[in-house]
Design a protein around this ligand. Structure first.
Ligand SMILES: CCCCC/C=C\C/C=C\C/C=C\C/C=C\CCCC(=O)SCCNC(=O)CCNC(=O)[C@H](O)C(C)(C)COP(=O)(O)OP(=O)(O)OC[C@H]1O[C@@H](n2cnc3c(N)ncnc32)[C@H](O)[C@@H]1OP(=O)(O)O
Length: 217
């Protein structure tokens, strides 16, 4: 596992965000359109040919493997391939996780057709993925990073697709273990609660450079 330092300015980060963010937004919209379209099948076949050409143009120059977790010397995080918050990842909703002074982290987001499990409702695995991340960021809100060791979910009632809220906070500490609790809620209250044991790896300071320890937005 490697955290990568990219020697670029904050302005350059902003510039790249303005280029790649809209591309991922369009692909996110594409995913939704592919699920919900009812157009004539010839239009679908034509769209596939055009998209295949677009994919080929983007693959003309690409990195090997995944994006990694990159950061600048000023501590600006660029986890842009991340499955939950990745700016360049169209699979990510993406969540924008806010860190509050008391250690609470929160995220408000909307899930559409791409995240369906039971009819009209969020897939239980998607809830677990989002809570793993939100609890993980809460666990790292003290700037000491931790891995998910154990994550326990309680599904109280179905989570309808639409606008949702998630939050989490560290509730207990014991040695290298942090107990983190959190939940996903809709307008009527909590739908899923989670409790996780997050563990600070023995060698975390060696694995993660100081400049990468600010939880990325
Ligand atoms: C440096 C990590 C940073 C990760 C960053 C990731 C992404 C960055 C992008 C944006 C990030 C912003 C913030 C972070 C946000 C989200 C984070 C998401 C987190 C994840 O998505 S991360 C992926 C899934 N995660 C794994 O891939 C872990 C694989 N696993 C291991 O790497 C080891 O397994 C490890 C390190 C967990 C433990 O290894 P170890 O050798 O340190 O443990 P050891 O035996 O010394 O035990 C010490 C004490 O923990 C207890 N203990 C041990 N294991 C336990 C378990 N599983 N559950 C409950 N308790 C456990 C023992 O019982 C003992 O307790 P006691 O002291 O009381 O006896």
């Amino acid at each position: 596992m490697q955290f990568t330092l990219e020697d670029i300015t904050a302005d350059e980060v902003e510039r790249r965000m303005a280029v790649y963010g809209p591309l991922a937004d369009t692909v996110r919209d594409l995913i939704d359109a592919v699920i919900r379209t009812e157009v004539d099948e010839t239009v679908v076949t034509e769209a596939n040919a055009r998209l295949t050409a677009v994919v080929e143009s983007l693959r003309a120059n690409q990195i090997d493997g995944a994006f990694g977790v990159r950061h600048t010397a000023e501590g600006i995080g660029m986890p842009w391939g991340n499955a939950v918050i990745g700016l360049r990842n169209a699979i990510a909703p993406p969540l924008q996780v806010l860190k509050h002074p008391d250690g609470l982290v929160t995220a408000d987001f909307t899930l559409g057709a791409a995240y369906e499990g039971p009819p009209g409702c969020v897939h239980g695995g998607v809830c677990a993925m989002l809570l793993d991340h939100v609890l993980g960021q809460a666990g790292s809100a003290d700037d000491v990073p931790c891995y998910t060791g154990t994550l326990k979910m309680r599904y109280l009632r179905p989570t309808r697709l639409g606008p949702l809220h998630a939050e989490a906070i560290i509730t207990e500490r014991e040695g290298r273990k942090k107990i983190v609790r959190g939940a996903i809620s809709d307008a009527d209250g909590e739908t899923v609660t989670a409790e996780g044991v997050f563990i600070v790896p023995k060698d975390w300071a060696g694995v993660m450079p100081e400049s990468a320890r600010i939880p990325p937005r």
